[in-house]
Design a protein around this ligand. Structure first.
Ligand SMILES: [Mn+2]
Length: 511
């Protein structure tokens, strides 16, 4: 049985806190000073600078921070965000065809852009790569194999940088800090934390150490920000929390790049006019609804066989294959790769539990055209004729795992009785915010009697529960079953401010 002390112990053991004064200095990132000096030289010489971003929230936020920073100090620069359907991902030969520049700076991409780096070199374009993704390793030496660029700024290639798990926008923000310092500019970098926080949460960075500090500062900034986009967000989410960013804001920003063009999300973040920002928000919302429809259309029509490693292919919309893979993982408790069929098969994979999808696919090297990722997620492309072979091979390789390795992590802290659930508990839980990756929102288990059921709307219900003469309100969403007299359930605890303050249970699942 849990009590408040035990809960405090568990929650504090998983977080590592640093103060805003302990934010690591930019100079700990390798090559960052070389990069900022080159950028300043370009500014002095009035060279054309192109900043190349990515179409997800991290890439768009990186681009927005760079845009807002550069527009204070320079005019001859351009932000380019690739279109997933036209150019594909990151700095590559295709997008380089459309770029004229003296200096290219990548943000949130580029660490494996070998061919593009070579093209830049040939064309006399200096290339500065800023990224946070893990670089390739050389075959024998296990050293990083990096593209030939003027400078490569990445926490993973910086032995002195104390915290490796930062997102692309954080690296871009650090680059701005280095430029600011070198040019002795009077720009407050905290101004960008309202955008940075979106990227840290959306890119599922562990909310620990530097990220935790920046997210806390960033959420405060976002809620107080005068920027047009944040004023629009506050119409829909009144006090923006990390969970609002993860489940409400990030999916809408991502929808632009998934369904159409990430420019919509970028324009939204940099907008200076609230009406324009509102229009853009409504467009993002529309694209997000379209994304959901596309996703359920595909999911409703899938046929899945009994393999331990799910591989499916079809004429699927490329923007949603990653989400579909993740839905399949949750539905079937197995790793899954979903391929979109074009001239090649382009796939997105997701894993679970102890199953290292990166390792499994790496072992099929001869069947792959392109591949990147990590333990839990990956992207790959293969030739059509290799699909069956890959399916067979992965299903053989996965046999080395046991049944126990296939699990979806759940964050139940333990059993908690009603006598412990009060405002004091709420204060304790709130003090460990923000919750998210690496610090999941605490869930508990208990049993109680149902005293009253009220239908709120559709299949959402408000319940009054009792346990040893203590009564507590609870809500359950999207529930299609019948209610028993007594239930055992998994829940989280929240404050309900609708008509006075009360402690309310959110029932996640009736067991
Ligand atoms: Mn990223």
């Amino acid at each position: 049985m849990l009590n408040k002390e035990k809960i405090k112990q568990i929650l504090s053991s998983r977080i590592e806190e640093i103060s805003s004064m302990q934010i690591p200095h930019f100079s700990l990132l390798r090559d960052i000073e070389k990069a900022s000096k080159r950028i300043i030289k370009a500014i002095k010489r009035k060279e054309k600078i192109v900043i190349l971003g990515d179409y997800d929230v991290d890439g768009v936020s990186s681009s927005a921070i760079m845009y807002l920073f550069f527009k204070n100090i320079y005019t001859n620069f351009e932000i380019v965000i690739p279109n997933r359907f036209i150019h594909g991902y990151g700095l590559n030969a295709k997008i380089l065809d459309e770029i004229e520049a003296d200096l290219i700076i990548t943000v949130d991409n580029g660490i494996t852009a070998f061919e593009a780096a070579w093209i830049c070199k040939k064309r006399g374009i200096d290339l500065i790569i800023t990224d946070h993704h893990t670089p390739n390793l050389t075959l024998n030496t296990q050293h990083f194999h990096l593209p030939e660029a003027y400078a490569v700024v990445n926490p993973k290639t910086s032995p002195d940088f104390p915290f490796k798990e930062i997102c692309g926008a954080e690296v871009a923000w650090y680059l701005c800090a280095a430029i600011k310092s070198e040019m002795k500019l009077n720009i407050d970098l905290r101004e960008f934390l309202d955008i940075l926080v979106l990227a840290i949460i959306a890119d599922v960075m562990p909310l620990n150490h530097l990220n935790r500090t920046l997210v806390n500062m960033g959420l405060k900034k976002l809620n107080a920000s005068k920027r047009a986009f944040s004023r629009v967000l506050k119409r829909y989410f009144n006090n923006i929390k990390s969970t609002n960013v993860a489940f409400g804001i990030a999916p809408r920003l991502n929808a632009a790049g998934r369904m159409d063009n990430a420019k919509v999300a970028f324009e939204f973040l940099i907008s200076e006019d609230e009406n324009e920002a509102l229009e853009l928000y409504l467009e993002l919302d529309r694209l997000n609804n379209l994304r959901k429809e596309t996703e359920s259309d595909i999911l409703d029509n899938l046929e899945i066989n009994n393999d331990d490693f799910i591989l499916i292919k079809g004429n699927f919309h490329e923007g949603v294959i990653g989400i579909i893979a993740s839905r399949l993982v949750h539905k079937y408790n197995k790793p899954a790769i979903v391929f979109s069929e074009k001239e090649n098969l382009k796939g997105s994979g997701r894993s679970l539990g102890n199953i290292d999808i990166f390792d499994l696919i790496s072992g099929c090297g001869e069947l792959l055209e392109g591949f990147g990722g990590h333990k839990m997620a990956c992207g790959l492309s293969i030739k059509k004729e290799n699909f069956d072979k890959l399916q067979k091979k992965l299903n053989e390789k996965i046999k080395k795992y046991n049944k126990d390795d296939f699990f979806i992590e759940d964050f139940v802290l333990g059993e908690l009785s009603f006598s412990e659930i009060d405002f004091e508990l709420l204060d304790i839980l709130n003090s460990y915010e923000p919750y998210g990756e690496g610090n999941p929102k605490p869930k508990f288990i208990t049993s109680a009697k149902i005293e009253n059921v009220r239908n709120l709307k559709d299949n959402h219900y408000k319940l009054i529960l009792s346990q040893n003469d203590i009564f507590l309100p609870a809500v359950i969403f999207r529930y299609d079953g019948e209610f028993e007299e007594e239930i055992k359930f998994k829940f989280s605890v929240e404050e309900n401010n609708f008509r006075g303050r009360e402690v309310q249970l959110i029932i996640e699942e009736i067991i």
